[in-house]
Design a protein around this ligand. Structure first.
Ligand code: NI
Length: 165
């Protein structure tokens, strides 16, 4: 099990660097990330959220979709956008609608370096875009208006004070 870093940790703000070695250490880390994600009951987790500034993330959805995206590139986005309530394991307890393209095309590599391209819609498209942002040091609150962001951060700080963090 891995510790998930939260808002305020510098690694969440870094531009992550590409993965070059598809070796055992990557496989072990991915395995640990899937376990951590399952135990947190989340749908996605990016490497910087476990303190690793590398370009990969994992997705695990209620419909059984479960895969890693290494060195991903979003190569297409729909013009159509929609709002969807997002949360983040690095900002536990707060949620807010974020407007994003409703469909994306993503090119990435799997744990062994094999390239694949995926067309995604619905929840998968949403999670892919949220996790992809993490690799560029971006959080969902950065996609909100300044007023909305302040409100969410205040709520987050209040909740996490109560939890004694
Ligand atoms: Ni997140």
């Amino acid at each position: 099990m891995l510790d998930i870093v939260t808002l305020g940790d510098e690694v969440l703000r870094e531009k992550c660097t590409p993965v070059t070695d598809f070796d055992d250490s990557l496989h072990i880390l991915l395995e640990a990330m899937f376990e951590t994600l399952d135990s947190a009951e989340g749908v996605g987790l990016a490497a910087p959220q476990v303190g690793v500034d590398k370009r990969f993330f994992i997705v695990s959805l209620p419909d059984g979709t479960r895969r890693e995206f290494v060195n991903p590139e979003i190569t297409g986005m729909s013009v159509e956008k929609n709002p969807y309530e997002e949360g983040c394991l690095s900002l536990p307890g707060v949620y807010h609608d974020v407007v994003r393209p409703s469909k994306v095309i993503i090119k990435a590599q799997d744990a062994n370096g094999t390239e694949f391209t995926l067309k995604a819609s619905g929840l998968l498209a949403r999670v892919i875009q949220h996790e992809y942002d993490h690799l560029d040091g971006k959080l969902f609150i950065d996609r909100l208006s300044e007023e909305e962001r302040k409100k969410v951060v205040r709520a987050y700080e209040k909740k996490n004070r109560k939890r004694g963090r």
